[in-house]
Design a protein around this ligand. Structure first.
Ligand SMILES: Nc1ncnc2c1ncn2[C@@H]1O[C@H](COP(=O)(O)O)[C@@H](OP(=O)(O)O)[C@H]1O
Ligand SMILES: [Mg+2]
Length: 458
């Protein structure tokens, strides 16, 4: 939200961190047992939906809605979110294409990409992709739900683009937005009848100026979460969630650089590319890039590959994701932000030691850390920002519901649920955020925080 200063942001060389050894094989039977105890829901396959009769065969705006989870508990209250879920996943898929194009251009040494990284007042980077994704998502959601007056809370404002200095930048954003939206029909969404003008793009960005709150329904978007990772060619996420009366009811996370092997999560893209050349992924594998999604109360979370790999959005073969069943700290992997400035590495190192965690931390940019827990690739995520930093809802909403539905636990360091009902900030957050694959590990970390907090310098 804050205002921006137009300047070229020099992406510092990324100092990459720890490389955990692979954990033991997941205990699939334990996972299945846990999954059976939870309420069931699923994307309905075309044949299944047909056999269930007219009541289950969804007809939306021009196509069938295949996502079916009306039996969920909690905030969703058994409501039908098929239309919202399918639209959100499609929208995030489209947005991923814009990010991939911009990231590729930023990494090409000869291109003008370097000039496309700018600095906000707090010196954090922002790119054409941040504004571009915000405009694309805003336009597509508004178009898909044109029968509703939707509200969107999102990270970027239009101040820089609308300023007299921002004309060239705005032109690049408009170009990226139009190049992206033209592909929307490939994803089952409408594209604009004619190219968006600069004015249209500004309006779409401006539309995301809701400030959330305890009542009603609003979408929450982080257009490029982990922009620092993004400009370094590393991990980043596109995070979209739907909040109703203060509860996150849907979460969708696009992770375009999620690698084939979890160990590669903490490696720079250059290394990833090198490894992919040494051991090329078999064609058709989910080797890089996925979209994860979950609805509150369904007890299941899902993942589908990025469309770029297959050329077609496939609702019929999503993969269910589940948290790891590892509860022994010796075998558990914990994730944390790459940047020391965003979370105290020394405090988490102390916690890790006292709890008995033995592996090196997996340091990953963005909400991909939430994705790693939900997918069972790591067991713990801890974030302890410096005193005075206020966490924003768009940095957590989608990840929290996906981990919870995949079987994990997310709370603040006092063990209380994160509160998404109090505006753009997670007001009242107690010390930090702890996400775990299971209760046992979670309790141990919460206890360890209590034991060591008074001697910390946070
Ligand atoms: N001083 C600070 N302390 C904690 N978090 C911060 C921070 N400055 C920025 N962040 C948040 O941390 C996010 C990046 O997460 P991570 O450090 O886990 O990669 C940023 O998201 P954006 O990149 O979307 O701005 C930003 O919201
Ligand atoms: Mg963010």
């Amino acid at each position: 939200m804050g205002s921006l200063r137009l300047s070229t942001w020099a992406a510092a060389a990324s100092a990459q961190q720890g490389f955990p050894s692979a954990g033991p094989a997941p205990e699939w039977s334990a996972r299945r047992r846990r999954a059976r105890a939870r309420p069931r829901c699923a994307p309905v396959s075309a044949s299944a939906s047909a056999s269930l009769g007219g009541g289950r065969l969804r007809t939306g705006t021009g196509h069938e809605w295949l996502w079916d989870c009306r039996g969920g508990l909690g905030g969703g209250g058994g409501r039908d979110y098929a239309r919202e879920m399918e639209t959100a996943v499609r929208v995030v898929q489209v947005a991923c294409t814009l990010c991939q194009r911009v990231q590729d251009s930023l990494l090409r040494p000869s291109a003008d990409g370097g000039g496309r990284v700018h600095a906000k007042l707090d010196r954090s980077p922002v790119t054409v992709a941040d504004w571009g994704v915000q405009a694309v998502v805003s336009w597509l959601l508004s178009d898909s739900f044109r029968d509703e007056n939707i509200s969107i809370v999102a990270e970027e404002d239009d101040e820089t683009l609308s300023s007299s200095d921002g004309a060239a930048l705005l032109e690049s954003v408009v170009e990226a937005v139009n190049d992206c939206l033209v592909q929307a029909p490939m994803y089952g969404l409408r594209s604009p009848d004619k190219q968006l003008t600069a004015h249209d793009v500004i309006q779409a960005i401006r539309k995301c100026s809701s400030v959330g709150g305890p009542k009603g329904r609003f979408w929450v978007l982080d257009p490029v979460d982990g922009t620092l990772g993004f400009v370094r060619g590393d991990q980043y996420a596109i995070a979209l969630a739907l909040i109703e009366d203060g509860e996150v009811v849907l979460g969708v996370l696009g992770c375009p650089n999620y690698p084939m092997k979890k160990e590669w999560l903490s490696y720079h893209q250059k290394y990833y590319r090198l490894m992919s050349n040494v051991a090329p992924p078999p064609s058709g594998s989910w080797h890089k890039g996925c979209v994860m999604y979950a609805q509150k109360g369904c007890g299941q979370a899902w993942m589908q590959p990025l469309v770029h790999d297959f050329g077609k959005l496939d609702w019929h073969h999503p993969r269910e994701i589940q948290v790891s069943s590892i509860s022994d700290p010796v075998s558990a992997t914990f994730c944390e932000p790459v940047e020391k400035a965003n979370s105290s590495h020394s405090f988490t190192a102390g916690l890790a030691h006292s709890v008995g965690l033995r592996k090196q931390p997996l340091r990953v940019y963005s909400m991909v850390k939430y994705a790693a827990i939900a997918r069972g690739d790591a067991e713990i995520f801890m974030k302890f920002a410096r005193a005075g930093y206020k966490e924003k809802i768009w940095d957590h909403a989608a990840g929290v519901v996906i981990i919870q539905e995949a079987g994990g636990v997310v709370t603040d360091a006092g063990g209380r649920p994160l509160d998404f009902s109090r505006g753009v900030y997670l007001e009242g957050l107690d010390r930090g955020i702890i996400a775990c694959s299971g209760k046992l590990l979670h309790e141990r970390i919460v206890d360890a925080v209590d034991a060591s907090w008074n001697s910390s310098t946070l």
